[in-house]
Write a protein that binds this ligand. Structure first.
Ligand SMILES: Cc1cc2nc3c(=O)[nH]c(=O)nc-3n(C[C@H](O)[C@H](O)[C@H](O)COP(=O)(O)OP(=O)(O)OC[C@H]3O[C@@H](n4cnc5c(N)ncnc54)[C@H](O)[C@@H]3O)c2cc1C
Length: 479
């Protein structure tokens, strides 16, 4: 951690803990439902300095740094922002993170850095996530970042999957002087940053600016290549790559297995979010913009993807947007913050409601969802009370469109088409050691959601970075 003058700490810690908290400004709900632009209004330099000055600089290791999966040096960044040294603060984030402007926007800060801030004991935490965004935005204006790169090693590494895991790995390998090519089934890089997380949470421009930085470092991208079908892992390796990282995520939508799932008007969340949030050349060739969705959209599920689908729907001008969830609000796994925003924007919620069948109208398209009322029973293995159907309580909810947002499974194709590449019964890659991500094949490493199952942007990025260091060691050992 950078030195903050000790006399400053002695005098100011207590006083700082009592400084007023700056509420984060959001665009009004009635304005933000009219477009797909980001919801948070960023700090002005003055506001950022005031908010950063609330940090009391806990002794090393500060709880926020420990809670951050990439261990950003948050106290030092707060100190630099307070001093008005914004670009220097941004550089600190680049030292530990490959996607700082992304993580500042999409990390669940209330569970990570902000959740562990000691100021929670007496009041509100420092809004560290938005301060990270602020520093990175200022840096782009003031002094665009160019990282130091090691001399070229002559080694070539292939990365399959250009999501946060693949990008974290690529960034680190490029800095170490290796040649990197990313292969992905989608036309553009980004993984769920582009083909999942909606624009109002993360503007695509923000991600593509970061990607252009990686291209300047030499990253090459080969899109529209579904590995396992268009090319196998071994065919790619045979193109002259010395090692490979597999970061293919966990992107297959979980099915509901109820009648009527194939009706016109029933969507999977991924398809819905891509078609609602991606346009132009970045839209995969097999997808087109969503058609007229009618007046009644129901979203089934209680996680963050469900919130993203609800909020995408209200922005498409749908009159009635309703979430159907089989437990009560307190058992919902998704972020309470996102749910609050969805409610402000007009989304409605029906709890203790389990769909049992999608019903077609006279035109053969979806017209309603038949549901059954639930009550809460004994806790299940997750500790949440199990939903139990109330017999004979069936009822129907009008629906012109239904979106299934029920979770994700891994894609089995790489495991099935790569000899001696071990996967578990779900299709997740088995790694020998989570610190390196080395798989059953010596020169193939893996990380991110494709190893752990659905998790977070930051954890996937960290896994990619760790594997990059292990790949570097492996390449050195082979010299
Ligand atoms: C709707 C939604 C919203 C989310 N919101 C948040 C959030 O706000 N904050 C947060 O921290 N996390 C969020 N997450 C989770 C987060 O996006 C993931 O944990 C993270 O993206 C995982 O990174 P990854 O690189 O492992 O996989 P992915 O991002 O899924 O990237 C995998 C890439 O591999 C490619 N690929 C897959 N199979 C193949 C193949 N066979 N051949 C070639 N390419 C292939 C895919 O096209 C994709 O580009 C969200 C997830 C979803 C679905």
């Amino acid at each position: 951690m950078q030195a903050v003058p000790s006399e400053f700490l002695a005098i100011n810690r207590k006083k700082r803990a009592q400084e007023p908290f700056l509420e984060l400004d959001l665009r009004p709900a009635e304005e933000r439902v009219c477009d797909f632009n980001e919801v948070v209004i960023g700090f002005t330099p003055e506001q950022a300095q005031i908010e950063a000055a609330r940090c009391i600089h806990c002794p090393d290791p500060a709880p926020c740094m420990v809670a951050c999966p990439t261990h950003n040096d948050i106290p030092s960044a707060m100190w630099l922002i307070e001093q008005g040294r914004f670009a220097e603060a941004a550089k600190l984030y680049h030292e530990t993170s490959s996607l700082p402007e992304v993580c500042g926007r999409v990390c669940p800060h209330e569970q990570l850095c902000e959740g562990s801030c000691v100021l929670n004991k007496t009041g509100e935490p420092v809004i560290t996530g938005q301060l990270e965004v602020f520093a990175l935005t200022q840096e782009r204006i003031l002094e665009p970042y160019t990282p130091e790169i090691a001399p070229k090693t002559g080694h070539k590494v292939a990365i399959v999957g250009a999501g946060p895991a693949g990008l974290g790995c690529a960034d680190q390998l490029l800095r170490l002087g290796h040649d990197v090519t990313l292969f992905d089934s989608k036309p553009a890089p980004g993984g769920l940053l582009v083909y999942g997380i909606p624009n109002f949470k993360l503007s695509k421009d923000v991600f593509f600016e970061r990607w252009r930085d990686m291209e300047k470092l030499g990253a090459k991208f080969v899109g529209n290549t579904y590995v396992g079908r268009d090319k196998t892992i071994d065919e790619i390796l045979a193109e002259g790559f010395d090692a490979m990282f597999v970061g293919v995520g966990s992107g297959i939508d979980a099915p509901m297995d109820i009648p009527g799932e194939d009706l016109d008007g029933v969507y999977e969340a991924t398809d819905y979010l891509i078609r609602g949030n991606v346009s132009g050349d970045d839209l995969p060739k097999d997808k087109e913009a969503l058609p007229n969705l009618g007046n009644d959209v129901v979203v089934i599920g209680g996680g963050d993807t469900a919130s993203d689908c609800l909020r995408t729907s209200v922005r498409m001008g749908i009159e009635n947007v309703t979430c159907l969830y089989r437990r009560t609000e307190s058992e919902m796994p998704g972020s309470a913050k996102d749910r609050k925003l969805a409610k402000q924007e007009g989304a409605k919620y029906r709890f203790l409601t389990q769909p049992v069948q999608f019903i077609a109208g006279e035109d053969g398209k979806l017209a309603a969802v038949e549901c059954i009322e639930m009550k809460l029973g004994e806790p299940d293995s997750s500790g949440r009370r199990r939903p139990v159907p109330v017999e004979g309580s069936n009822f129907s909810v009008p629906a012109t469109t239904a979106v299934k947002a029920l979770g994700y499974w891994p894609d089995e194709i790489i495991g099935k088409t790569t000899p001696d590449y071990e996967v578990d019964k779900w299709g997740l890659t088995i790694v020998k050691d989570s610190e390196t991500g080395q798989t059953s094949r010596e020169n193939i490493f893996a990380g991110g959601d494709g190893v752990t199952g659905p998790d977070l942007v930051v954890t996937a990025m960290v896994a990619g970075k760790k594997s990059a260091m292990a790949i570097d060691e492996y390449l050195k050992s082979k010299k």
